[in-house]
Design a protein around this ligand. Structure first.
Ligand SMILES: *Cc1c(COP(=O)(O)O)cnc(C)c1O
Length: 380
């Protein structure tokens, strides 16, 4: 009698933030006490400007404006650029819904563009195919933490005479040609939702720009359209300020972001080495840039079964995203034509566990089980 061989079971969460939280916990609590609580400086103030300067420097831009979340970063950037009713803005169909939502919230209309089948990102061709005479801008999304060919897209936007805005919510620290995400567009928009590569302990976001006028308009807009004088409101604004408590968290985490992104790169390289492409194909990486692997996305057939079997083996997976934006109810009126690559991707993409403190042993386990499950399903 031989003992059963396949009794190995590991619990591998999709995302576990304890590691990153623990690295900054003591520093944040001390600074919260000394710089926020002792001064009762809860909104704005030095903690916020300190983070804004550090983040602008990190991104290679002249300015960073802290806001309440990533959706506001996008919406306010568009509004501050004068984009609104009567304008079209191109967005990829394969993105988190907030990219399209922000366009509608700004009063403009999304025009959905398809994506490249290998990278699942915009290309100059898919952007050009979506352009209309009313198009004012394109929002390039660095989905999963990877930037598309930015030289080609900047050139394409300038040829089409439209502005380029970056949705870098998943790409803090990613580069193209050595230049950071956020520094290519008129504005670079970031979310610091807790699960992003740079995440707050709550909601937060920022817009980076090197345009001094845009910076000033954004500062006014996030604070009720205020001018320098507290009760003079010179434009229609909103309340979208960055909390001092969150700025302290973000400053502490920014110092560690490069090492966390490096850990993600090593884990992703391990996935690529170990995953058998006969069963699951990782989203392609472009040679011109360095991604930060917010998500580790593969494409599989029989996704529902693969996910179910992996779950029974302790491995939690996700789907980013199950429905392309142009097929969601609120955006149906903007869906002018089929976008086959985005629609196919939505059926096949599956996200594997990925976070900086994930263990190489766990990656090896996930890859082994994924290969087994995919091979078994292919035979049945
Ligand atoms: C998270 C995210 C957003 C929105 O950010 P919030 O902070 O949740 O408003 C926008 N775009 C993309 C691609 C995202 O991943």
């Amino acid at each position: 009698m031989t003992a059963p061989t396949d009794v190995e079971l590991r619990l591998v969460p999709f995302l576990d933030l304890h590691g990153v939280t623990d690295e900054v916990r003591d520093e944040v609590l001390a600074r919260w006490s000394a710089e926020v609580l002792d001064d009762s400086a809860f909104i704005g103030g030095e903690t916020v400007t300190t983070f804004e300067s550090a983040f602008a420097r990190y991104c290679g831009t002249d300015h960073a404006v802290g806001v309440a979340n990533g959706t506001d970063a996008l919406q306010l950037a568009l509004r501050a650029m004068g984009i609104g009713p009567g304008d079209d803005v191109i967005v990829p169909a394969n993105t988190f819904v907030a990219t399209a939502e922000a366009v509608v919230l700004a009063g403009a209309r999304p025009r959905f563009a398809d994506v490249d089948p290998a990278t699942l990102l915009l290309t100059p061709e898919t952007v050009a195919a979506a352009v209309t005479p009313l198009t004012r801008a394109v929002i390039v999304v660095h989905l999963y933490g990877q930037m598309p060919d930015m030289e080609a897209l900047v050139e394409c936007a300038s040829r089409l005479d439209i502005a380029l805005v970056e949705d870098a919510a998943q790409a803090q620290g990613a580069t193209w040609g050595g230049r950071k995400a956020g520094s290519f567009g008129v504005a670079g928009c970031f979310s610091f939702y807790p699960g992003k590569n740079l995440g707050a302990w709550g909601d937060a976001g920022a817009v980076v720009t090197s345009d001094p006028d845009l910076d000033q308009r954004l500062r006014s807009m996030r604070d009720h359209g205020r001018s320098d004088s507290h009760y003079q409101h010179v434009m229609l604004g909103t309340n979208s300020r960055l909390d001092a408590l969150q700025a302290v968290v973000l400053t502490a985490k920014l110092e560690r972001l490069d090492s966390w992104n490096q850990a993600r790169r090593e884990l992703m390289a391990q996935y690529r080495d170990l995953i058998d492409p006969a069963g699951a194909v990782p989203v392609a990486a472009l040679a011109g840039g360095e991604g930060v692997h917010h998500l580790a996305v593969v494409r599989v057939r029989n996704r529902a079964e693969v996910q179910r079997e992996l779950a029974s083996l302790g491995v939690v997976t996700g789907i980013h995203y199950p429905t392309p934006c142009h097929l969601m109810t609120p955006y149906a009126a903007c869906a002018r034509r089929p976008l086959p690559e985005s629609e196919r991707a939505a059926e096949e993409v599956m996200s594997l566990p990925m976070f900086p403190h994930l263990q190489p042993d766990d990656v090896a386990y996930v890859a082994r089980k994924l290969n087994d499950v995919a091979a078994r399903l292919a035979r049945s």
